[in-house]
Design a protein around this ligand. Structure first.
Ligand SMILES: Nc1ncnc2c1ncn2[C@@H]1O[C@H](COP(=O)(O)OP(=O)(O)OP(=O)(O)O)[C@@H](O)[C@H]1O
Length: 256
């Protein structure tokens, strides 16, 4: 066991509503872990607790063994915990390529002093970022629209761009929140293929919330089922799909 994300007995209530209930999950390094569950099960809330946009009432969140419970979302981002949501708001008036070039958090060109003192260093770094962005845009299959304004891309192409922006960072683990929503089947195939390649070839770990079961079945192992704020079962998708408890949670007692 080598969990990259280790959520330990986390609780979160909104008013009187206990949304996350003594919940513990682990995301193994190198895995693509899926998270499913009926509407209102607490999936997005758990993502917010992991990403740092919400604080738990109790419990702990560890990243690669370090307790990050009290760190801000930004501090977590800089430790390599990335939520696509955080970079989803593409700059619509910039080209797809420029959107990628915006991502690296520590560009020397943003620092006025280094721009003034070391203009050649800044130029070198900008050239390096551009080279990387061109590589990434090839990887996600958006080379042909690299100079299009991001605002003009289709919904699916924007998701691919989002994934590309993830690749411009040194992410250890990426939280993907319903990335399939509104994406056509062809682009969804590209998106899934790219996630697999990022995982296999570049060692990214993913935690994926998804309603699209085909995508979950293709990509994720294990799959965690969340219900009423805690883990109902966890396992391979084949076990999950045949689990009577899961079927009941999704479809109610009348489904059988
Ligand atoms: N900020 C908030 N204030 C009050 N209640 C909230 C808040 N955020 C979420 N909730 C409630 O917490 C419960 C779980 O919501 P959450 O969005 O985490 O579920 P989910 O599993 O992601 O659902 P879905 O699949 O529909 O997106 C819901 O009852 C929701 O209304």
């Amino acid at each position: 066991m080598n969990p990259l994300i280790d959520v330990q007995r986390v609780n979160k209530a909104f008013g009187g509503l206990q949304v996350i209930n003594d919940c513990s999950i682990q995301v193994e390094k190198g895995s693509i872990t899926g998270m499913i569950g009926p509407n209102g099960a607490g999936k997005s809330t758990l993502f917010n607790l992991i990403a740092g946009s919400l604080a738990p009432d109790s419990g702990h969140v560890l990243l690669d063994g370090e307790d990050i419970t009290t760190l801000s979302a930004d501090q977590r981002f800089h430790r390599g915990l990335l939520r696509t949501f955080q970079i989803a708001h593409e700059f619509s008036q910039m080209s797809a390529l420029e959107n990628l070039m915006m991502v690296p958090p520590k560009q020397a060109g943003e620092d006025l002093f280094s721009a003034w003192l070391k203009p050649s260093k800044v130029r070198r770094e900008e050239a390096e970022v551009r080279r990387r962005a061109l590589e990434v845009i090839d990887f996600v299959g958006l080379h042909h629209v690299r100079n299009e304004l991001a605002g003009n891309l289709s919904g699916g192409q924007k998701k691919l761009l989002e994934l590309g922006r993830t690749m411009m960072t040194d992410a250890k683990v990426v939280l993907l929140d319903e990335i399939a929503a509104g994406v056509n089947r062809t682009l969804l195939g590209d998106l899934s293929g790219n996630i697999e390649r990022l995982n296999r070839e570049m060692g990214y770990t993913f935690l994926v919330i998804e309603h699209d079961m085909e995508m979950i079945a293709r990509l994720c192992d294990p799959v965690i089922v969340l219900a009423q704020g805690s883990v109902m079962v966890e396992g391979h998708i084949n076990e999950i799909q045949n689990n009577p408890e899961v079927i009941e949670a999704y479809f109610g007692t009348d489904a059988a």
